[in-house]
Design a protein around this ligand. Structure first.
Ligand SMILES: [Zn+2]
Length: 266
């Protein structure tokens, strides 16, 4: 019977409509009430699995990296880490309520549309190489004066930057006094100290040792000391201590249970 329907669809529906039909069918197959995407409000049975599969990520239990279940929204494509960041920004900061000059480095696609449309946000997106940002910026040499921004979002960037100390110093410099930043990185709590080795340069070796072809280290908990060493005050926020705002015990929003928010202030 299934094949008969398949053949009927093949012979009667033009190709471009078949693609649409397939998308709708696959969305339908994810429909459920266990999870909800805070970006597109879809009710879902589950999110899609996603992530790189390099053994080092699993062996070192690198949080916010590696293959995991329940990551990608089948409707809008949001990632678990974007959903956590979004919820954190709206629940735990005044970003949407206060006049804010915001620097967003390597901006997460789902957030750009949202933040760009906020009247209270003077928004600057930046990236070293990407073209779909407002300015190209090397975060080890930022082209803005001291105390320029009320807030900075710079996630999953520092693990790509060889001189991360310089980058942190620059981010601290351009942040206004009392300003805040979210500086997420993949991190392993199994490592005693951050693993980095300048002699590892080949992409295939970086995949083996760092878990991604363009990473230059795997951070350990000493990441926090690095942040504090340039002057930041650090608060680590664990969403599981605030289940009311973050989707409850059943993890409605499909967040990574081990991911914490690294929130710094100047
Ligand atoms: Zn979604």
């Amino acid at each position: 019977m299934k094949n008969v329907i398949k053949d009927l669809i093949k012979t009667t529906i033009p190709n471009q409509f078949r693609t649409k039909l397939r998308q709708h069918y696959s969305l339908y197959s994810f429909f459920g009430f266990k999870h909800k995407c805070p970006f597109c409000n879809s009710n879902l049975k589950s999110f899609l699995p996603h992530g790189l599969n390099f053994p080092v990520l699993k062996k070192k239990e690198v949080v916010a990296a590696g293959f995991r279940e329940n990551v990608l929204c089948p409707k809008c494509g949001s990632y678990d880490r974007e959903r956590l960041l979004y919820l954190f920004l709206i629940k735990k900061t005044k970003l949407l309520r206060q006049q804010t000059k915001l620097l967003h480095v390597a901006p997460e696609d789902k957030l750009v549309g949202l933040l760009n449309n906020q009247n209270n946000i003077d928004y600057l997106t930046a990236d070293l190489l990407r073209k779909n940002v407002m300015v190209n910026m090397d975060i080890t040499d930022i082209q803005y004066p001291d105390n320029s921004f009320d807030a900075i979002i710079c996630n999953h960037v520092l693990e790509h930057v060889p001189d991360d100390q310089k980058a942190m110093t620059e981010l601290f410099r351009v942040l206004k006094p009392n300003g805040w930043a979210v500086l997420q990185v993949p991190i392993s709590y199994k490592l005693d100290e951050t693993f980095e080795d300048e002699s590892i340069v080949k992409e295939s070796d970086k995949e083996i040792f760092f878990g991604q072809e363009d990473h230059v280290r795997i951070y350990a908990a000493d990441y926090f000391e690095r942040l504090q060493s340039v002057g930041f005050k650090l608060e680590i926020f664990d969403w599981r201590t605030d289940l009311k705002d973050f989707g409850g015990e059943k993890n409605l929003f499909g967040l990574n249970k081990n991911e914490k928010i690294f929130f710094v202030t100047k």
